[in-house]
Design a binder for this molecule. Structure first.
Ligand SMILES: [Zn+2]
Length: 158
């Protein structure tokens, strides 16, 4: 991946790592391995295709708190569905604390942080029940950064 823009290299590493994990699990749908890359490209295209008016609307929503309120509500809704859950930064759109990820309760009992389904309220990246293993790869570095805090709050640390 040398020579690539770091963000793009990371996305290609996700594809490779998800493919290897899917293969080891005997998954049949390898096209799903490209889902994070597809979301990354789609979000990037949306960003560069915005008009001045759209940027102004987004900027205004950021200033008056509308965007924050909308994202907070969306995260709360997701938190009720994905329980227990934790909020992470998005590795697809780089959103600050925009991904809500379900944590495997059975793993927390053993003091392991393993994510399952997840969704980003900024870019729309979603991992459903059909490919839960994907979130382990995509959120790996985020999990590492927050593991101690998550286990302190939700784990069985003695
Ligand atoms: Zn995102």
């Amino acid at each position: 991946m040398a020579g690539l823009v770091p963000d793009v290299a990371e996305q290609l590493e996700f594809v490779r790592d998800i493919y290897n994990l899917a293969k080891s699990r005997g998954e049949q749908n390898y096209a799903a391995c490209f889902k994070p890359l597809r979301s990354f490209i789609r979000f990037g295209l949306k960003e560069i295709a915005k008009t001045e008016s759209e940027w102004k609307i987004i900027e205004d929503a950021d200033i008056d708190g509308t965007k924050y309120a909308h994202e907070t509500n969306a995260k709360e809704d997701l938190g009720r569905i994905l329980d227990p859950s934790w909020v992470f930064d998005c590795p697809i759109c780089q959103g600050f604390e925009t991904v809500v990820a379900e944590l495997a309760e059975s793993e927390l009992i053993d003091n392991q942080v393993v994510t399952a389904r997840c969704a980003c309220v900024q870019c729309g990246f979603v991992v459903g029940k059909d490919a839960e293993y994907m979130s382990k790869i995509v959120l790996a570095s985020e999990i590492e950064k927050r593991r101690e805090k998550i286990l302190k709050e939700l784990g069985q640390v003695e």
